[in-house]
Design a protein around this ligand. Structure first.
Ligand code: ATP
Length: 320
């Protein structure tokens, strides 16, 4: 019977991580388990930065962005000797099962414990939604809504001045945020790393809209596509339309999580505890066809994270 579990957040922070920590702690205590909070991901684990988590310690955090356990990237932890050391530290702290909330890099880190006989349940938490094997990650919905809010605001001023606006959003290797926020925000063009783009076509579309009296145009660019500033300069040079560029940056990481992110974070946190109680490990929680499912971690990490091409094509149809 497991008596103590540990939880850490790792990689980039994402709104909803706190709701997940809260769910893990409360579901554990409800089931008679003790919970140790590990600060700053694998870096804090190696430094032995542990805090006991009780019911009250996760009060008043469900609505807060970021993560009370803080997060980090640890180069030290990439070394095998330090992975051995980390597993020993967990054992010394009496931690018999671990819950890791983070991205696929963090999950690869989690594999090192599984290989050493410590069960780990991985919960997808990243605003980018770029984890293989799941159609949802904690924080993605909040980030999309933050971008949508920015689009709405930029659209107001764009219309008043008859301007074209290029908005750069996060997504170094994936265009999920750009695609979903762009579709929901009525962007004219959405540029994502997964699909090569033709700037001439983007410009043609802009000019066509302008000719039929459109007062504003929004182009959404995922950061992985290239410099939004350069794209904006090129658009202005080719079309003669006044163009402004906005880089949203870290504003997309923060903020109070949406209801959707809080709900999934709460469900995933509680389910992760249930799985450890069932003596399961090497599992990644995922959302598939709208349902919460458990996946073999190794298989999930071997699969590919793909852009929804149906949605991408729809965005093209709706912005003719
Ligand atoms: P995000 O998608 O938000 O960037 P992530 O979890 O993918 O999150 P990474 O920086 O890739 O972020 O990984 C977090 C940490 O996990 C790393 O700093 C490292 O300590 C550990 N890690 C990543 N990859 C591995 C690996 N292959 N083996 C062991 N540990 C790893």
């Amino acid at each position: 019977m497991v008596t103590r579990i540990g939880i850490l957040t790792s990689g980039g922070d994402a709104p909803g991580m706190n709701a997940c920590i809260r769910a893990v702690v409360r579901a554990s205590i409800y089931n008679g388990l003790k919970v140790t909070g590990i600060m700053r991901g694998y870096a804090g684990l190696l430094a032995g930065e542990f805090i006991p988590l009780d019911v009250g310690s996760v009060g008043d955090i469900i609505h807060r962005g970021g993560t009370i356990l803080r997060t980090a990237r640890s180069m030290e932890f990439m070394e095998k000797a330090n992975q051995d050391k980390a597993a020993t530290i967990l054992g010394q702290a009496g931690i018999e099962g671990l819950i890791v909330v983070g991205g696929d890099g963090s999950f690869r880190g989690a594999m090192t414990f599984i290989e050493r006989g410590i069960p780990v349940i991985c919960i997808p938490g990243t605003i980018d939604r770029d984890i293989p094997g799941t159609e949802y990650t904690i924080g993605f919905d909040t980030a999309v809504n933050t971008v949508l809010d920015a689009i709405n605001k930029i659209r107001d001023t764009a219309t008043s001045h008859d301007r074209t606006n290029v908005i750069e959003v996060m997504g170094r290797s994936s265009g999920h945020i750009a695609l979903q926020a762009g579709l929901a925000g009525g962007a004219e063009s959405i540029l994502v790393p997964e699909v090569p783009f033709d700037l001439d076509k983007v410009c043609l579309r802009l000019l066509r809209g302008h000719d039929r009296g459109k007062l504003h145009s929004i182009i959404l660019v995922a950061e992985g596509v290239g410099s939004a500033v350069k794209i904006g300069e090129n658009i202005e040079a080719r079309t003669g339309l006044e163009t402004r560029v906005t880089i949203l940056g870290h504003i997309q990481r923060g903020g109070s999580p949406t209801a959707l992110d809080r709900l999934w974070a709460s469900r995933m946190g509680a389910q992760a505890v249930a799985l450890l109680l069932q003596k399961k490990g090497a599992v990644m929680l995922a959302v598939e066809k709208g349902e919460l499912v458990e996946k073999d971690l190794v298989e999930a990490l071997q699969s590919k994270n793909e852009l929804d091409m149906g949605l991408y094509q729809l965005s093209g149809v709706l912005s003719i």
